[in-house]
Ligand binder design. Structure first.
Ligand code: 5AD
Ligand code: SF4
Length: 468
């Protein structure tokens, strides 16, 4: 495939840094250090995007706050994957009318996947007058210029370009965490699953160059990051569009050879592209590549999979799982599933139930189908009631909870080398190599270290242990 991606070069990012300086100069006139609040919804890709938005904001002289009342600038990075996420965002943006009334100089920006949807942008323009600046994922790299334009003119800025998408290297990054880091290896998606909005809002699949990715991972390892997740909508099709094509397994093997004590993870994998070579690569670098695999199956019925345009069938999916387990016996396998896809019958739903029995996932992310404007599935007949879908959904969740609990119980008595990754109100948190949450007691000095943990208890969500 020919690479048609626009690469945003150093000169273009340098021009954006000049805009940062201009905004910085405008901020210098204020009587306090301006504060920004970045509110992020949705997936890890959005978290990674927010780290770059924070990078730019920091160059503009902004400090950060979690309190919208004291924020001079609120940046809402949105998710469009399901209606529920959109409603939460609109509710919260609606509430900003009050903070803005108290602080009329507050700047409200909306970006991310919802901003790229035409009908949302229109609605925001007409009914959410408190939003000063709106831009989609394609315009993220031009955020400083857009913000400057608003500051200079006082006129609302709405920037939504329809394009296949670009790759921008060199945007400054302010990371939220000192132990875990996200590295985008590619952007966009070409799969057009019939329920999914992502290809419409994030553009076509495009891969970062391997040298840029590997340099970033090397830098993170040197800074002491211990848990590095490679991100893409479908990491398994990485590299097909490069001038010198390279597959994901080769990229992962090269990343695994970077010196340092850290674990590599990746998400998400499309079953159609998850290759034996990738499973073998994981098996070859067990000390560096975490034995966990997020492999969304979405539905257990072949008819529904076809209607979803998933391009694999149930047997093909189960075969991938079998081969993954043969190569990496202790692999922790997680998945996504949609309940109530338009036209899915109760019998077809039973095939989802039997699939989870056959695979016994360690954890499952379960969703009720949500129609998305402009996707093919949204115009399919959908006779099943919301109540029926909810019942199926609850049955699925309950059964998976039992399976997760049983799987967690099997850890009790074992000693597992875990990464202590942080703390919350309940104490320290750690992760097994397979990314299961472990709660333990101990001093904060353990954070950022790999320690052997003796597992003493478990429930459906987490394991409990003590330092061995
Ligand atoms: N409705 C419900 N779930 C969806 N997902 C994606 N689009 C939709 C939709 N329209 C789920 C899929 C995907 C996960 C990130 O979100 O399971 O893997
Ligand atoms: Fe959406 Fe399918 Fe692409 Fe995943 S692979 S982002 S579900 S279109």
């Amino acid at each position: 495939m020919k690479r048609e991606t626009t690469q945003i070069g150093p000169a273009q990012i340098a021009a954006q840094m000049d805009y940062c300086m201009k905004v910085h100069a405008m901020n210098a006139g204020m009587d306090h250090t301006p504060l920004a609040m970045v509110d992020t919804y949705g997936c890890q890709q959005n978290e990674a995007d927010s780290e770059r938005l924070r990078g730019y904001l920091s160059e503009m002289g902004y400090g950060f706050t979690d309190d919208e009342h004291e924020a001079d600038l609120v940046l809402v990075n949105t998710c469009a994957i399901r209606e529920h996420a959109e409603q939460r965002v609109l509710g919260n943006v609606g509430a900003l009318t009050h903070t803005k009334r108290a602080n009329p100089n507050q700047i409200v920006c909306l970006c991310g996947c919802m901003a790229q949807e035409e009908h949302v942008a229109k609605k925001v323009k007409e009914s959410y007058r408190q939003v000063d600046l709106l831009f989609g994922p394609h315009a993220l790299w031009r955020f400083p210029e857009l913000l400057w334009r608003f500051r200079a003119t006082g006129k609302r800025v709405f920037e939504r370009t329809e394009e296949p998408g670009s790759i921008a290297e060199g945007i400054p990054v302010v990371r939220q965490d000192g132990v875990k880091a996200w590295v985008s290896i590619m952007y966009g998606c070409n799969n057009f699953c019939t329920y999914c909005i992502v290809p419409y809002v994030r553009g076509r699949e495009r891969s970062r160059k391997p040298e840029d990715i590997l340099a970033e991972i090397r830098g993170l390892a040197e800074e002491g990051y211990k848990d590095i997740t490679l991100l893409g909508q479908n990491v398994n099709s990485y590299g097909k569009d490069l001038d010198e094509p390279m597959d994901f397994a080769d990229l992962l093997a090269r990343a695994a050879q970077i010196p340092g004590e850290f674990l590599l993870r990746f998400m998400t994998s499309h079953p159609k592209d998850a290759s034996q070579k990738l499973f073998d690569t994981m098996a070859a670098w067990p000390e560096k590549i975490a034995p966990c695999f997020h492999l969304p199956f979405q539905a257990g019925s072949d008819r529904v999979l076809k209607a979803m345009n998933r391009v694999y069938d149930r047997a093909g999916y189960l075969d991938k799982v079998r081969r993954l387990r043969a190569a990496v016996p202790d692999a922790v396998i997680t998945s996504d599933v949609i309940v109530g896809f338009p036209g899915e019958t109760p019998e077809e739903f039973e095939e989802t139930m039997t699939l989870i029995e056959e695979v016994r996932f360690d954890a499952l992310f379960t969703f009720i189908y949500s129609p998305r404007v402009g996707t093919p599935a949204a115009s399919l007949p959908d006779p099943m009631s919301r109540e029926e879908k909810l019942k199926e959904f609850q049955r699925l969740v309950e059964r998976q909870d039992q399976i997760s609990e049983e799987k967690h119980a099997a850890y009790i008595g074992r000693t597992v080398r875990c990464l202590v990754d942080g703390k919350d109100e309940k104490g320290l948190t750690a992760r097994t190599p397979g990314n299961r949450l472990v709660r333990l007691t101990g001093g904060e000095s353990l954070i950022g270290r790999f320690v052997p943990i003796h597992i003493t208890g478990a429930n459906k969500w987490s394991l409990f242990g003590e330092q061995a």
